[in-house]
Ligand binder design. Structure first.
Ligand SMILES: Cc1cc2nc3c(=O)[nH]c(=O)nc-3n(C[C@H](O)[C@H](O)[C@H](O)COP(=O)(O)O)c2cc1C
Length: 299
């Protein structure tokens, strides 16, 4: 019998399938269709020290093979999430990864400090795609030294494992991954969205400048997973254009320990449970007893 559970940081997760941050709201919104506790882990929407209103509409725009989003990191703030939403995940025994961000080192650290030692908080995921407003607005995740210093600072205030979520908008993602690892990051999430714009040709305007996600970025994400897994010995959560079981398998084979599904949920909200169901059948059919047997089998 194939076993699709995953041992990560001394904890047994029921499966290696998660949602990508920001694509499943605060979790309960999907419950009329399926239970968040079906996933190995629920990943929170990006949270910050203070609530954010986000950007004006349009905030999403469909493009060929994906979508652009410009949500502007709208969220209710870390404190409200912990008070109002975390108890539900504890009741349903759903491990949570808290995705968070800031615009200064102090904001990241302040946010990490608020995160309780609740055993249902499995890990933290640092969104490194934000601009550092004290350094002229350069993205934290673009500079290896800023990545190093930021992760060191956050690690000094938390005992929870940290996943550094890297932006693909860099010269060399492997170099950034190495900095994150050297600073003590326990894992990596690869990748965040890529920048893009759409043009409304009837009006001759740019209606949205945002992050590109979906199948269009899958080869970029796979390359990042494949190259980073060879460069650093820490678990990788793979995300970017996973629409099907086949896509998920390609991420495992490229080196991801677990996968996150984002844009696909907007196309078919049952994608996540379908991948979970399909994984066991695939492993059994091909004579594998666990997901780890296919993880990183590509040379
Ligand atoms: C609508 C939307 C909101 C997102 N919000 C966040 C966020 O708050 N924090 C974050 O780290 N990534 C965020 N992302 C990026 C996703 O978590 C994921 O890294 C990216 O979309 C690639 O995966 P996908 O192609 O499966 O969507 C968001 C993506 C979308 C489409």
């Amino acid at each position: 019998m194939a076993d699709i559970s995953l041992n990560l940081f001394g904890r047994k997760l029921k499966n290696p399938v998660m949602n990508a941050s920001g694509t499943l709201g605060y979790g309960r919104e999907i419950e009329p269709l399926w239970r968040v506790s079906e996933m190995g882990v629920y990943v929170s929407k990006g949270l910050s020290l203070k609530p954010h209103h986000g950007n004006p509409t349009p905030r999403v725009w469909e493009v060929s093979s994906g979508m652009l989003n410009s949500i502007g990191l709208q969220n209710i703030g870390i404190d409200r999430f912990l008070e109002e939403y975390l108890p539900y995940f504890s009741e349903t025994k759903t491990p949570v990864i808290i995705n968070f961000f800031g615009f200064t080192v102090e904001e990241y650290v302040g946010c990490a400090e608020r995160i309780k030692d609740d055993e249902n908080i499995f890990a933290l995921e640092m969104n490194l795609s934000c601009p550092n407003i004290k350094e002229g607005g350069i993205g934290f995740g673009k500079d290896p030294n800023m990545v190093f210093n930021l992760i060191k600072a956050v690690k000094s205030v938390t005992t929870k494992p940290i996943f550094a979520k890297l932006s693909p908008e860099v010269k060399n993602i492997v170099e950034i991954a190495k900095s994150a690892y050297e600073a003590g990051s326990d894992g990596l999430t690869l990748i965040n969205t890529m920048p893009g714009v759409a043009v409304d040709i009837r009006k001759g305007v740019i209606p949205i400048k945002g992050g590109l996600s979906g199948p269009a970025i899958k080869p970029v994400a796979l390359k990042a997973v494949y190259e980073c897994r060879k460069a650093v010995p820490i678990p990788i959560l793979g995300t970017g254009g996973i629409m099907s079981l086949e896509d998920a398998l390609s991420f495992f084979m490229a080196g991801a320990w677990a996968i996150q599904v984002g844009t696909a949920t907007f196309v078919d909200p049952y994608t996540i449970p379908r991948i979970i169901d399909g994984l066991k059948g695939y492993l059994e059919h091909h004579g594998f007893s666990s997901v780890s047997e296919i993880t990183g089998i590509t040379e």
